[in-house]
Design a protein around this ligand. Structure first.
Ligand code: TXA
Ligand code: MG
Length: 354
């Protein structure tokens, strides 16, 4: 199959809409990351999405709609949904609700709930409007790779696997939407994103965060969000996260003799020696780090390093999405760094795995 890379125009939306209505796949930009879209009401389209991504088909897809009220067609909504919709939609929030029968089981991986999202990106919105069908779309990467934040990264993963990629520039947020479930008693964050628990709390009063968010869960677990159980976002080279004071992290990396790459805070880029350094943003600026993270995880392969290091993000609300993505990308490999002289020759405590 030939994959067309196009820039948005009225004619492109029409053609993309046709492709979707007849069961084909179109990748498109959203404010979070690029999505790999198919008609959410067509059971075969979902099957094609799983095949194109190489993704296990028990991992449910998010259904994208053009206005919050359109959730009525596919899900049983409630008052909390509309409170969240008023505050955050269109935008980077996905809400899990009980599903209506019109949504094929192949879209939800056989479960009785459906994840609903109304994106704010103008290209995504126009595409859904013109297609006249809700669009099921996971991130447009091969399963296990970092989510793509540009059309070029989508092309690298999806060339020959889908019909069209619409180029809308670099995704403004850079990590996937916040996923919350409204199927239990309390609004529960299943996947953190740009919208943080504190902001949700201000709207709905009570918010829980699923335990799986902070843990790189092992295969075979049964976390609330099936997507949590797969190793995600991982570069091909092993990534190790370093905890501790910034200067101790820098000394640790500078003591490493292997060919190394570092995802560095902007303030520290000049302090690493003999390393391939990628700036991921200022230490206290989670938004710029989110914007840069997936690009960095892809670009770092160019270093052809033996090992990749990055700082373990702080465990607070503002950095929760970064913590979640990075702990998965490293597969739980976290090494605490101690001040020089306190932890042996490499100033390192014993390695441990979360
Ligand atoms: O920002 C985003 O959400 C992007 C863009 C394209 O919209 N999409 C995205 O989709 O990240 P995906 O498929 O890569 O991630 C969807 C996540 C997975 O972790 C999945 O398990 C979870 O949402 N999910 C989907 N439906 C669910 C459901 N019914 N119940 C619980 N979790 C669900
Ligand atoms: Mg994904």
């Amino acid at each position: 199959m030939k994959t067309e890379l196009v820039i948005p125009s009225a004619a492109v939306y029409e053609r993309a809409g046709e492709i979707l209505r007849r069961g084909g796949l179109v990748a498109f930009p959203t404010e979070t990351v690029y999505g790999l879209g198919g008609n959410a009401l067509d059971p075969d389209a979902a099957t094609k999405i799983f095949a194109a991504k190489g993704r296990p088909s028990d991992n449910p897809l998010i259904v994208h709609i053009s206005s919050p009220e359109d959730a009525e067609n596919i899900a049983y909504t409630n008052e909390t949904y509309y409170k969240l919709a008023k505050a955050f939609m269109p935008g980077p929030l996905t809400v899990v609700l009980p599903k209506k029968d019109i949504v094929p089981d192949s879209v939800t991986g056989g479960i009785k709930t459906v994840a609903v999202r109304c994106p704010s990106h103008p290209v995504a919105r126009e595409l859904i409007r013109v297609a006249k069908v809700p669009i099921a779309a996971p991130s447009a990467n091969l399963s296990g790779s970092p989510s793509p934040t540009t059309a070029d990264y989508v092309m690298r993963d999806m060339d020959g696997r889908i019909e069209m990629i619409i180029d809308g520039g670099q995704s403004e947020i850079g990590v996937e939407s916040t996923v919350v479930s409204l199927t239990g008693d309390v609004c529960t964050v299943l996947r953190p994103g740009d919208i943080i628990p504190r902001e949700l709390y201000e709207v709905v009063g009570e918010v829980a965060v699923a335990e799986a968010v902070k843990v790189p869960s092992a295969a075979g677990d049964n976390p609330e969000s099936p997507g949590m159980k797969y190793k995600h976002y991982a570069p091909e080279t092993q990534l190790i996260l370093l905890s501790g004071e910034r200067e101790d992290v820098i000394s640790y990396v500078n003591n490493e003799k292997r060919k190394k790459a570092v995802l560095s805070y902007s303030e520290d880029t000049g302090k690493y020696k003999d390393a391939y350094v990628i700036d991921i943003g200022s230490a206290d600026d989670p938004k710029s780090q989110m914007y840069n993270l997936f690009k960095a995880l892809r670009d770092v392969e160019k270093a052809d390093a033996d090992i990749i290091y990055a700082n373990l993000p702080p465990e607070n609300d503002d950095f929760l999405a970064l913590y979640n993505r990075m702990i998965r990308a490293c597969g739980g490999e976290v090494v605490p760094c101690l001040p020089l002289g306190e932890g042996g020759p490499l100033a390192v405590d014993e390695e441990f795995t979360i």
